[in-house]
Design a protein around this ligand. Structure first.
Ligand code: UD1
Ligand code: UDP
Length: 374
């Protein structure tokens, strides 16, 4: 029997982290021919993950441009991915999540009558502007997909309500747990150990607040407001807290964050961290402030109190578990909610209950086994 030809297409850091375990499973299974194509919607931040998981793409479309627009990126994915689909003619196209790469790759495959498997299917806020443009990207992928790999029963329920047939939905858990459990076993990189020692985190003299933010709906005033809150918190807790913030390379985030926070003694701005460094930082974090999707899942899995810098989330599992709390981007609210977690031991205790709604780290095996049965 000929092997099943599965082309995995991705472009950004989170897609790479969450697809790496699936690619590993496909590559070691003789029933499959794995083809890896990166749009490189991200460059440096994608390459960090490719290096860590030792993934060598069969094709690298190298599409990232500085401060790219959604329309120009979408157009170049259509133009450059289509000939690659023609060349390899895969049986399945596998995509993950809700980026521009996901939406454009799903449509390009549909135009060629190629079957689409969507990993992390069924996440919804039902607000087309939040997160923007991800809510629409994942809905587009959802109407095209021939197989939906839902991370949780909640996500499956969303797909069923949209009229998707249950027999093409498989609840697998989230592949982030597969990636996290693989990388967490690796030793802490020396430079992270040195940093955490220097900043008195390892000695527990100071508590770490770990921050990330990059969402498009937070460009402009909201990111300035987040920075204002971080500055106030740094001043208020100058003796007891260190804030660490690996800054996303998007210039709409990078420029204002560096301009507003660069010279504050207990705020450390870092370049995007390799995933292994990120995991070790999270393990030592007292609490997290983020608008990231993936970090909400990691905080939930690790039981690290996490304030979500958004008005809505497509990851209610962490809210239900008590680990996540939506606080939005108002500076005063961020400061008061952070102070509550820092000052009130019982609030901290209630929020630090780890929950495991995202499976047992075998999502990638489930996905590959499901493809095998199709
Ligand atoms: C993208 C995704 C978002 C995801 C995020 C993960 C879309 C529309 N957005 O947002 O869903 O949450 O990735 O991080 O798909 N840049 C670099 N080097 C890099 C990466 C980005 O310089 O390695 C800069 C470039 O100037 C680039 C800009 O960031 O043009 C924006 O990148 P883009 O992928 O369009 O959007 P993100 O904000 O990264
Ligand atoms: N991440 C990382 N280094 C960083 C920041 C984040 O490796 O400096 C990881 C993070 O742990 C998570 C993923 O990148 O697994 C999330 O990516 P991001 O926040 O960029 O995108 P989102 O999940 O919001 O789409």
């Amino acid at each position: 029997m000929n092997p099943i030809r599965v082309m995995t297409v991705f472009g950004t850091r989170p897609e790479a982290i969450k697809l790496a375990p699936v690619i590993q499973q496909l590559e070691k299974n003789p029933h499959f021919k794995s083809i890896v194509v990166v749009t490189a919607q991200h460059r440096e931040m994608l390459d960090q993950v490719l290096d860590l998981f030792k993934i060598k793409p069969d094709r690298d479309l190298n599409l990232m441009r500085d401060n790219q627009s959604l329309a120009s990126l979408t157009a170049s994915i259509f133009t450059h991915l289509d000939p690659v689909l023609e060349e390899f003619d895969p049986d399945w196209l596998l995509i993950q999540g809700d980026t521009t790469t996901v939406m454009a790759a799903a449509l390009t495959a549909y135009y060629r009558h190629i079957k689409v498997g969507h990993v992390e299917a069924g996440l919804r806020t039902w607000d087309k502007w939040q997160p923007f443009p991800e809510e629409i990207n994942r809905r587009v992928a959802g109407v095209i997909a021939d197989l939906h790999f839902a991370p949780t029963q909640w996500a499956r329920g969303n797909l069923l309500r949209e009229g998707i047939d249950d027999h093409i939905i498989k609840v697998t858990g989230n592949t982030i747990i597969d990636a996290l459990s693989q990388i967490t076993t690796l030793p802490m990189p020396k430079e992270i150990e040195v940093l955490l020692q220097e900043k008195n985190i390892l000695s527990k003299e100071k508590r770490m607040i770990f921050v990330t933010a990059h969402r498009r709906e937070n460009f402009g005033d909201p990111i300035k407001s987040i920075c204002e809150a971080l500055k106030s918190l740094a001043e208020k807790y100058a003796d007891s807290v260190e804030i660490f913030y690996p800054v996303h390379l998007n210039p709409n985030i990078f420029n204002p964050v560096h301009a507003l926070l660069e010279s504050i003694p207990n705020i450390t701005l870092l370049p995007p961290l390799e995933y292994i460094s990120l995991v070790h930082m999270l393990k030592h974090a007292h609490m997290i402030l983020t608008d990231s999707g993936g970090i909400q899942e990691e905080a939930t899995g690790l039981g690290i109190p996490c304030l979500v810098l958004r008005d809505v989330t497509e990851r209610p599992e962490g809210i239900d578990a008590g680990v996540l709390k939506l606080v939005g981007t108002d500076a005063g609210k961020i400061v008061s909610e952070t102070a509550l977690v820092l000052n009130d031991a019982s609030v901290y205790q209630t929020m630090s209950n780890a929950a495991n709604p995202y499976g047992d780290g075998k999502a990638a095996i489930e996905i590959v086994n499901t493809l095998l049965k199709e």
